[in-house]
Design a protein around this ligand. Structure first.
Ligand SMILES: C[S@@+](CC[C@H](N)C(=O)[O-])C[C@H]1O[C@@H](n2cnc3c(N)ncnc32)[C@H](O)[C@@H]1O
Length: 369
């Protein structure tokens, strides 16, 4: 498809209906994009913004289940597109909103959410474009059950659109299918607060938000075991949510965590940690660096101290991995080690502040003997 300006939204021929997808590949994996797209048996079309690509996968299920799908932060079936430069198009917002209504007006989305293909756009026109288009589109639709991203049901279809210098791309699917409550993925949580102990605080905040696609967050007062806690950004975030935390690291925690009543810190190697036979945690969080297989071995070793159905959140650090194949093989070995200890993978994603790493979510389901 070319991206010359079209006068009107482009109708998608019925034969290609639901075949094109917008995918988001995080910028940190940008050098692997070609191989990721090949792994989907897809051809790569023009990139949109810095992280989005329009692809035509051989089998759309591959976007969520194939071995390369872990590199895809978010996906959307493109059911309606208007490749154009909106700023140069007279009456873009009105025409785009009318076309969206014609296409999706009878499909009962639970919500309409519109985001930017390039969220860091500095041009004031593009900064406001998504919210202006959403505002006009909502006026055309009858009142929708859900007014904001946070109130969505993860299993009900939402109309998601992305808009930017390359045009408009829309489709309907559930937040769970797309892998996020927001257009483009999960919630952006700033890591720039002056009081933040480390950037990792925003990661666990985003991970807990993402978790709501699948299950509720652990209740207040739940006891977490945190491995690789220093300097304490994640610890501080867990404490702010009124959790109890047992934190382990070879290195010390930031002094600002001294005196925290709900925190017990042990400066030691996680390998020697013995929680005591009666202890049961609601969740384990591991952000240990070093060899990912060694880290999952330690998590697996401690998983028997989880409540049945308990949660494990694991940062799989693929630092040094240079190819898609290497990353896929490492991932498979990690999942396999976890599974042997009764940790069942139920979700995985790439969070905003993740570098070359994935965040994996497991539930403890030991075999019944
Ligand atoms: C990326 S940092 C963790 C950042 C932390 N989650 C935060 O929120 O600030 C990784 C940490 O894992 C710790 N670590 C790695 N392997 C460990 C082990 N076997 N036992 C204890 N700590 C370990 C390192 O000492 C390091 O402090």
């Amino acid at each position: 498809m070319g991206y010359a300006c079209l006068l009107m939204p482009e109708p998608i021929p019925s034969t290609t209906f639901l075949k094109k997808y917008l995918i988001r590949v995080p910028e940190v994996f940008g050098d692997l994009t070609e191989d990721i797209v090949k792994g989907l048996s897809s051809s790569l079309e023009t990139p949109l913004g810095k992280e989005y690509y329009l692809v035509q996968p051989g089998n759309p299920e591959d976007l969520r289940t194939s071995s390369v799908s872990k590199f895809i932060q978010w996906n959307l079936p493109v059911e309606h597109s208007w490749p154009c430069v909106p700023q140069k198009m007279e009456g873009f917002i009105e025409k785009a909103a009318q076309a969206i209504f014609r296409k999706f007006g009878s499909r009962d989305p639970q919500a309409i959410l519109i985001g930017l293909l390039e969220p860091s756009a500095s041009d004031p026109y593009y900064k406001k474009l998504a919210s202006n288009l959403r505002g006009r589109t909502l006026q055309l639709f009858p009142a929708l059950p859900v007014g904001d991203a946070e109130s969505q049901e993860p299993g009900k279809a939402t109309l998601f659109c992305l808009v930017g210098k390359e045009g408009l791309f829309c489709g309907m699917q559930t937040p769970r299918e797309g892998n996020g409550f927001y257009p483009g993925g999960t919630k952006y949580i700033s890591q720039n607060s002056p009081s933040a102990i480390s950037r990792a605080g925003a990661k666990i905040a985003e991970a807990l938000h993402y978790l709501k696609l699948y299950r509720p967050q652990p209740i207040e007062g739940s006891h977490w075991l945190e491995l690789g806690a220093s300097p304490g950004g994640m610890t501080s975030e867990l404490l702010s949510k009124d959790y109890r935390v047992t934190a382990i690291d070879r290195a010390p925690l930031d002094k600002r965590l001294d005196g925290e009543k709900r925190l017990r810190f042990l400066q030691m190697d996680a390998d020697g940690f013995d929680p005591g036979s009666k202890t049961r945690y609601a969740a384990i969080l591991s952000d240990m660096n070093g060899d990912a297989e060694e880290s999952i071995r330690l998590v697996a070793q401690l998983s028997k101290y989880l409540e049945v159905g308990g949660l494990a959140i694991f940062t799989l650090k693929a630092t040094g991995v240079t190819t898609v194949t290497e990353a896929v093989e490492l991932y498979e070995r990690v999942i396999q080690k976890a599974s042997m200890a009764g940790l069942e993978l139920f979700a995985r994603t790439h969070l905003t502040y993740n570098r070359r790493e994935f965040t994996l979510f497991f539930e403890y389901r030991p075999p019944v003997s």
